[in-house]
Design a protein around this ligand. Structure first.
Ligand code: NDP
Length: 446
């Protein structure tokens, strides 16, 4: 039986990092991937999605340009050209990932693998392989809807292969993917309806973010329906009809199911214990119920974010094969962004979390029309918010809806990580004129 020090199941962000780190530390490593090397982030997630977001924003840039004196003749868009360019870029990145693994002398098996027992995996071809350590990094897949006609939906995975840009899109859900693709389709020129079962979108985000993005989308003409539970979907001669529980109907050429992703646990195949929500159960060192078998990334259903999976993979490989740090990474101050348009980003506690955890909170908030919007005549607005512990003066949370929010909050996350106080924000000299300067000039609080 072929033998390795480490066998990684799944060549996505977390798996590839774990494999390369272990190999660099001298381990004999193999990795199995049933689909394309790079995983969700590179092949059908973050990377191609961000390119679609970029593409979708040129429409409003062009409209804004008119306010600045530019003559803009046509804003026609060629979907297949965009789709193919993105496909080429994804292909290029995939081959870089593959080269990286080859260069690190990681053996790649282009097939499915499943954990059979402690120290043993079996490939789809039937071959059994032994390994002292196994890491399951199999990611997550879209959760299917459980309603009549659910088969008519596509998921975000399918968007990248659409033959043409649909004229009317109905999106079910109110999370990251729903809001990102609502902005993408609207920006590219489609009519967009969002149907969300809750009273506010983006569960877990700060309430000012939830209301800020909902009203920005309404301003842009995205048809947002909250408290709307979808009941059934039917095919029409052209397009589909979605009916909600109140009997209201909505029509679209494409129905996008964006109701979450669930851990992909096929590779655990009954060998590993799962949590009640169906993720692979791990302890604080990512060890599963089976000796020598670990799991990381979306498969453990904790924080489904690429940088988290990468850090888990790196830490785990280092702790198994080398310079072990004693404690697993702390993800308490992980920044996150939703690439809607306008963009959303957050780090640290929401106002609600802070009020629950601490007795004395100050909330600094600003909501304004940026300079360019006035000249462009656009409805663009920015919301920025700091949540501060009054007793220690520490900044607990930083939240933003608006242009470049991800870039700005990434930098803010460094200072929160260092335990920055509001006084230190105030002492920082503003960089004028910028949007980010508002974070260091906030003086009055609720
Ligand atoms: P999310 O968990 O963000 O959102 C799922 C949405 O679907 C929620 O609004 C939820 O409503 C709703 N929902 C769940 N079940 C049903 C149902 N049966 N019927 C109707 N609505 C339902 O998942 P996404 O699919 O948007 O994204 C998956 C994960 O991928 C995210 O959690 C995120 O971690 C990651 N991701 C990160 C991105 C980024 O970093 N920019 C981009 C895309 C994805 P409710 O709130 O009521 O539960």
């Amino acid at each position: 039986m072929e033998n390795f020090d480490l066998f990684v199941v799944g060549a996505g962000s977390g798996g590839v990092r774990a494999a390369r780190t272990a190999a660099a530390l001298g381990a004999r490593v193999a990795i199995a991937e049933q689909s394309r090397v790079g995983g969700t982030c590179v092949i059908r997630g973050c990377v191609p999605k961000k390119l679609l977001v970029t593409a979708s924003r040129f429409r409003s840039e062009a409209t804004d340009a008119i306010g600045f004196g530019w003559g803009v003749e046509s804003v026609g868009h060629n979907w297949s050209a965009l789709r193919d360019r993105i496909g080429e870029e994804v292909g290029r990145l995939e081959s870089l990932y593959r080269k990286g693994l080859d260069g690190s002398r990681v053996t790649i098996f282009d097939e499915r693998a499943a954990v059979e027992a402690a120290g043993r995996v079996r490939l789809a071809s039937g071959q059994a392989i032994s390994a002292e350590h196994i890491i399951v990094a199999t990611g997550a897949t879209p959760t299917p809807l459980d309603i009549p006609g659910a088969e008519h939906c596509i998921t975000s995975d399918d968007v990248f292969a659409l033959p043409h840009l649909p004229a009317r899109v109905v999106i079910i859900g109110g999370g990251y993917i729903a809001l990102e693709f609502a902005g993408i389709f609207k920006g590219l020129g489609a009519d967009v309806i969002v149907l969300h079962r809750g009273a506010s979108v983006l569960r877990g985000f700060d309430p000012d973010i939830q209301s800020g993005i909902a009203s920005a989308y309404l301003d842009q003409g995205i048809d947002m329906h909250l408290n709307t539970e979808v009941h059934r979907i039917e095919a029409l001669p052209v397009g589909y009809r979605v009916t909600d529980r109140a009997g209201t109907v909505y029509e679209g050429d494409v129905i996008l199911n964006a109701t979450g992703r669930r851990p992909n646990t096929k590779a655990a195949a009954g060998a590993l214990a799962l949590t009640p929500s169906g993720a692979i159960d791990v302890d604080e060192r990512y060890a599963t119920s089976l000796e020598g078998v670990y799991a990381i990334g979306d498969a453990i259903g904790q924080l489904n974010l690429t940088p988290v999976a990468i850090r888990q993979g790196q830490w785990l490989a280092e702790s198994l094969f080398g310079k072990a740090e004693c404690r697993a990474p702390d993800f308490g101050l992980t920044p996150t962004a939703v690439f809607s348009t306008p963009e959303i980003a957050s780090v640290g506690m929401t106002e609600r979390e802070a009020r629950t955890a601490l007795p004395n909170i100050a909330v600094y908030r600003t909501n304004f029309r940026p300079l360019r919007a006035a000249v462009a005549g656009s409805p663009e607005r920015v919301m920025m918010k700091l949540v501060v512990d009054k007793r220690s003066d520490r900044v607990l949370g930083m939240h933003m809806v608006g242009r470049d929010a991800a870039e700005i909050i990434q930098m803010g996350a460094i200072s929160l990580q260092r335990g920055i106080t509001k006084r230190e924000f105030d002492r920082t000299v503003a960089l004028h004129p910028s949007i980010a300067e508002e974070f260091v000039t906030m003086r009055s609080h609720d």
